[in-house]
Design a protein around this ligand. Structure first.
Ligand code: AVJ
Length: 315
């Protein structure tokens, strides 16, 4: 019989990436590893927190300007939902956008399948094709089942913030290249704001973000057969003003040796694993990034506090 690990090429690649990050002098784990089944649920819980404003603020923008946004885009698109998660954001747009095909894409494949199964019952007339895929690298491509006409890439929630600005540009160029005729992007981007608001949003009073961050070690234990002791690590989430980004780290509470299948690493007390960057943009910089990627920004909608922007750009 097979080993206890998934041996598909994709799984092997993910394990190699995870291991390389753990071996690096400045240890890091890509934020995509935050989203195993439990991680996706913890992120859903984060979105309910009073301190975590992005989801709520973005939803309010769609609530208030959805009609106008939908008129700018038009109906009958191929809606490609990048990082779809529970598909709730896209589902709220269905009654406005009436897409011809819905293509949710997420690295958390099982979580996504469950969500799409439920969605199919509610919207029987929309063709749906879920893709369990990692689109964080530079070489991803949509398969042929995705219609080519009028692709609208939906990238909400400021997930773009996980990329450095340079990588965000490469990512957006990749999206731009796959838009097809009359395509575009509808993207949600978190905006630069007061550091105290950001600090609270990424280090909440309940400790849900701490659990979300620490859970990446459980995921690593499962993927690599590692023996991270979760209790031996502490969550940090804060705004780094100089870099214009929120950072999440896990700090070793004590010196320890972590062992996994085929490797090990010693961490000193106080040593950190960098697990996430979340870049915050000024509106002009966000539009500039889209234009550099070859898009033409067609509409920018924000909330009254100017905390979050939804941007529609044509390919
Ligand atoms: C899903 C990447 C947009 O950066 O705000 C939430 C993830 N990390 N709390 C973000 C996250 C900590 C989130 N994104």
């Amino acid at each position: 019989m097979g080993s206890m690990f998934d041996t598909s090429a994709e799984a092997l690649r993910l394990r190699a990436e995870l291991e390389a990050g753990l071996r690096a002098r400045d240890a890091c784990i890509s934020p995509k590893f935050l989203y195993d089944a439990l991680g996706s649920k913890l992120f859903e819980a984060i979105c309910e927190l009073p301190e975590y404003y992005p989801t709520r603020t973005e939803a309010a923008i769609f609530e208030r300007h959805g009609g106008e946004i939908a008129r700018a885009i038009g109906t009958g698109t191929t809606l490609v939902d990048l990082g779809a998660g529970n598909c709730a954001k896209a589902a709220r747009l269905f009654p406005l956008l009436h897409p011809a095909q819905y293509v949710p894409v997420d690295i958390s494949a099982d979580f996504l399948q469950d969500a799409v199964e439920r969605l199919r019952q509610r919207f029987r007339h929309i063709e749906m094709n879920a893709l369990g895929m990692d689109f964080s690298g530079g070489d991803w491509q949509l398969p042929d089942i995705v219609r080519h006409e009028r692709r609208l890439f939906f990238y909400p929630g400021s997930s773009i913030g996980n990329f450095t600005p340079d990588d965000a540009l490469l990512f957006l160029r990749r999206v731009r290249a796959q838009c097809g005729a009359d395509g575009g992007i509808l993207i949600g981007i978190d905006l630069a704001k007061d550091g105290a608001v950001l600090d609270a949003a990424y280090d909440d009073a309940l400790g849900v973000t701490a659990a979300f961050n620490l859970n990446v070690l459980r995921h690593a234990n499962r993927l690599l057969g590692a023996d991270f002791d979760i209790r031996a690590w502490r969550h940090h989430g804060f705004y780094n003003e100089r870099e214009g980004r929120v950072e999440m780290h896990l700090e070793a509470r004590s010196a320890q040796q972590v062992v996994w299948q085929g490797g090990s690493r010693r961490f000193e007390a106080g040593e950190c694993i960098h697990t996430e960057n979340s870049y915050k943009y000024r509106p002009a910089a966000a539009v500039g990034l889209l234009e550099q990627a070859g898009f033409a920004a067609a509409g920018v909608w924000t909330d009254e506090r100017g905390w979050f922007a939804v941007i529609h750009a044509r390919a």
